[in-house]
Design a protein around this ligand. Structure first.
Ligand SMILES: [Zn+2]
Length: 283
């Protein structure tokens, strides 16, 4: 099976797709769109592996998202209402605040359909000093796991690029080649430059279809470092904005990037797909 586009960061294993998951995946695959379902904690990582084995052209990552390192946040679209209810019953917290169990994730990481470790990284959007310390520790453990598994990193970073670059630099001897992706990249051109010096590439999603501030970045980053994503079920591109996002809509992201770069859709599709296949060793 050949791929026309790859949605390198999506979450069709989340509960937002409980009712029609197979149909959503099939519509994308029939349009030639491959996808990587990104794990965010124990359950969504295990589920992404399971789903990848059901379909050719569907891959998985396993990891612990920085927001799940603390008991603070719960998104019903991610884990479902039964999880919310269960965690409330256990004392009112909305996220379980998972400790990173290296051996659990190591076992999952050995799966042949797992193509990266993450999403992992730093998220300072909801911040306490303890949060920073814990996030850094959990992130470094996942850099070590990526090294041991010989797979690249899928990095999430929000409002924390200075610390992220510092952590990556001081652990650069552990990075794989290529080292991975910064997904939904929202840093500056200077941040991009420093991350490119470490070998990283960048993925962009639906936000580029309605927020103009990404145009400068997309023109600045060389095409062989740009990949496409949806981050579904979140942040649907125009003309679907406000609706549930899905991998099929990655076409709209490709169209917009082609427009920004003044290139044909086919050329953007070809380059970004080659980038995805090379970096994640997709087969
Ligand atoms: Zn994500």
């Amino acid at each position: 099976m050949k791929s026309k586009l790859v949605d390198i960061h999506t979450h069709t294993q989340f509960s937002a797709f409980e009712k029609d998951r197979d149909a959503v995946i099939r519509r994308a695959l029939e349009a030639g769109i491959w996808m990587i379902n990104i794990g965010t904690q124990r359950d969504t990582s295990a589920n992404s592996c399971e789903l990848a084995h059901k379909h050719e052209g569907v891959f998985a990552t396993v990891g612990l998202h920085p927001i799940h390192t603390e008991k603070s946040f719960h998104d019903e679209k991610e884990l479902g209402s039964s999880f919310a209810k269960a965690s409330e019953d256990k004392g009112g917290f909305t996220s379980r605040g998972e400790d990173f169990n290296y051996d659990y994730y190591k076992k999952l990481a050995q799966d042949t359909k797992v193509v990266a470790i993450g999403e992992c990284g730093l998220d300072y959007y909801r911040l306490t000093e303890d949060t920073k310390k814990k996030q850094a520790e959990v992130f470094i453990k996942q850099i070590e796991l990526a090294r041991e598994a010989g797979k690249p990193l899928m990095i999430h970073c929000r409002e924390a690029f200075t610390d992220l670059i510092q952590i990556l630099n001081s652990n650069r001897q552990l990075l794989t080649s290529p080292p991975g992706i910064i997904h939904f990249f929202s840093g500056t051109t200077e941040d991009a430059q420093k991350l490119m010096a470490l070998g990283f590439s960048f993925s962009f999603g639906g936000v580029v279809t309605f927020a103009r501030e990404y145009e400068k970045l997309i023109k600045f980053i060389p095409p062989e470092r740009i990949l496409l994503e949806t981050d579904a079920p979140y942040v649907a591109p125009l003309p679907y904005r406000g609706k549930r996002n899905e991998p099929l809509y990655v076409e709209e992201v490709a169209k917009k990037i082609a427009k920004i770069l003044n290139k044909d859709f086919e050329e953007v599709a070809r380059t970004t797909t080659e980038n995805a296949i090379r970096i994640f060793n997709l087969k």
